[in-house]
Design a binder for this molecule. Sequence first.
Ligand code: ADP
Ligand code: MG
Length: 260
Amino acid sequence: MAQLEIKNLHVALEDGTEIVKGVDLDVDLGQKHAIMGPNGSGKSTLAYALMGHPAYEVTKGQILFDGEDLTELGADERARRGLFLAFQYPHAIPGVTVTSFLRSAINANRKAASGGEDDPVPIPEFRTNLLAAMEELRVPRELASRYLNDGFSGGEKKRVEILQMAMLKPKIAVLDETDSGLDIDALRIVANGVNKLVGPETGALVITHYQRILDYVTPDFVHVFVDGRIVAEGGAELAHKLEAEGYEAFGANGNGKVQS
Ligand code: ADP
Ligand code: MG
């Protein structure tokens, strides 16, 4: 049994339009998976549904985490079980600093882990870990005391998403186009962050439009995603085939849907 099991997942928008049309995918600890698909194919919809965003309704199928059905759980409960989503478009939270946001998130996870008892991370331990992670990910120190994503550049937002991931140490990290909008140095730092995190206790699902990040994060499995479905699967070599042949070779039209 894999840590994350997605079974025949169908996801619809609030108006009933079906976007994800039956996805089966297992992601286990220690594995790096890449979902590659054109714009508009439903990648973010899949990511939001995994995290429990209320605007995306699971109409059929299941999401299992460590064997437990998450489908009816809220995003916070999923996070506490060890599922993490780095957003394609991170939201700003004016009034909440990066530091206090991270500390609250860690403490919520610790509380859940200790069966509902408060068990806050000691401040010195938190500071040491935060400074080490920021140094590693080359997040400028001054960002820690700024409001989360408020006025951050695109690259800063993405790095702070990876900082959250490094601090929260999820079991399964889903990264939705964390590579888009990054220059090559930032891309390397983000990729290193993913590579360091994935190990015996963590797996990753890297969602991307481009092959570029996969030059730095070598996936064990590549899933080609067109019009809400996985249409091809393979190893890292599939990413190179895609780069050479484009999504049209997999039936996509210009809108991420299938040609009609
Ligand atoms: P991708 O991430 O692969 O680019 P998305 O999941 O963002 O694709 O979008 C898939 C389709 O669903 C698109 O046609 C998009 O316009 C539509 N869509 C996604 N979310 C919403 C929403 N909240 N409201 C309306 N349409 C949406
Ligand atoms: Mg998207």
